[in-house]
Design a binder for this molecule. Structure first.
Ligand code: KG4
Ligand code: ZN
Length: 347
């Protein structure tokens, strides 16, 4: 059989993504973002995001088909994010996918957004190792995974007990008056700062915390520490060294994430680690993971930064694997699941 042609639809947060993937070849990846509409609120407003998805879905779908030079009738399967994410936003993509499945008489696969963040690397670096660790860092999730089979065996070994790393980025950017989303602006500002200027806390790394939370994360203390430090500077009439704060905060995040990812590899005897999710676009996280993994003899995989943030390609890439593995398609009756656990790859 020739490689399946899968259309991927993503609408879990503020990006409407539609992509076409044949096998491991990315034919088109169109993303319409509503981020501009959320900037003045300093975070995604669910109702606004849902309406934007509704407006963007059909034009984005058309653009993807045009770019790929593909007619919808040629598509073998429809892959769509079924969760986790914002309920109203998910429903738009899922409804579009169901409509396509009915109209084209093609199978529907309701898939896990978080697993899509891992699968997308297939498009950049080819087949996945038989067993590997994954550090998943997005706007809403921060987890350590062991992946035995991307289509059906994904085990969460640890996760954040409070905020996700991306949330901490967004909050710190707000405190520094740098706008939204925080990740890219802090990443850029940190380039001119000293990562050792301020010693911010590394959550859940004390010997006592490690006993109960060896593979878990906590970023709420770090977020508060940065806010307090900045407030104290301002109260005392001192200028806030924005680049140093950004660099020191970023170092604390990257240090904890990579240290725990490496510990995961050592403990579970994994010789490959894959970095995924929006925060995986972060330059320091990418660099430090590479450095530490190389020192430990672990291979690192990470998608190009442009495929780290939400898009349709990640869902299409995962869809291809699920189709090739021969899993049963989803029922047309499936619903969106805003709290879908990462271990449920296919709904
Ligand atoms: O995976 P994603 O696109 O959406 C969710 O599924 O949540 O992740 C979005 C998050 C945001 O918090 C954003 O600030 C962060 O990814 N992000 C970054 C960078 N680019 C995006 N964080 C740090 N450094 C970056 N370069
Ligand atoms: Zn995401």
């Amino acid at each position: 059989m020739s490689e399946p042609l899968v259309i991927g639809i993503e609408s879990s947060c503020d990006e409407t993504g539609v992509a076409l993937v044949r096998g491991r070849e990315l034919l088109a990846n169109e993303v319409a973002s509503s981020v501009e509409q959320h900037v003045r609120f300093g975070g995604v407003v669910p109702e606004v995001a849902s309406r934007a998805h509704l407006q963007a879905m059909v034009p984005t779908l058309r653009r993807a088909c045009e770019k790929a030079g593909v007619d919808l009738s040629e598509v073998d399967a429809i892959a769509v994010t079924a969760g986790p994410g914002l309920m109203g936003a998910l429903v738009v993509g899922l409804s579009a996918a169901k409509a396509l499945a009915v109209a084209l008489d093609k199978p529907l696969y309701g898939l896990n957004h978080l697993v899509g963040h891992i699968a997308v690397d297939l498009l950049d670096h080819g087949p996945l190792p038989p067993r590997f660790g994954a550090l998943l860092v997005s706007g809403g999730h921060t987890s350590l995974l062991v992946v035995d089979d991307i289509t059906c065996r994904v085990t969460e070994v640890g996760s954040t007990i409070d905020d996700a790393a991306g949330e901490a980025y967004d909050k710190v950017a707000r405190v520094l008056g740098m706008g939204y989303p925080g990740g890219p602006v802090i990443d850029a500002a940190a380039a001119d700062g000293d990562p050792r200027a301020i010693a911010f806390p590394r959550g859940l790394t004390s010997p006592r915390d490690l006993q109960a939370h060896r593979f878990d994360f906590s970023f709420s203390g770090l977020k508060t520490a940065v806010s307090r430090w900045v407030e104290t500077q301002r109260r005392d009439g001192r200028a806030v060294p924005v680049a140093d704060v950004a660099a020191s905060f970023q170092e604390a995040v990257a240090d904890v994430l990579t240290a725990k990812a490496m510990d995961l590899c050592a403990h579970h005897e994994l010789d490959a680690i894959l970095l995924g999710g929006g925060v995986a676009a972060n330059s320091r996280l990418r660099g430090l993971l590479e450095e530490r993994a190389t020192a430990q003899g672990v291979a690192v995989r990470r998608p190009r930064p442009g495929l780290c943030t939400d898009n349709g390609a990640m869902m299409a890439a995962l869809g291809v694997e699920v189709v090739k593995a021969g899993h049963r398609p989803s029922s047309l009756a499936i619903g969106a699941n805003s709290g879908l656990p990462v271990s449920t790859v296919l709904v």
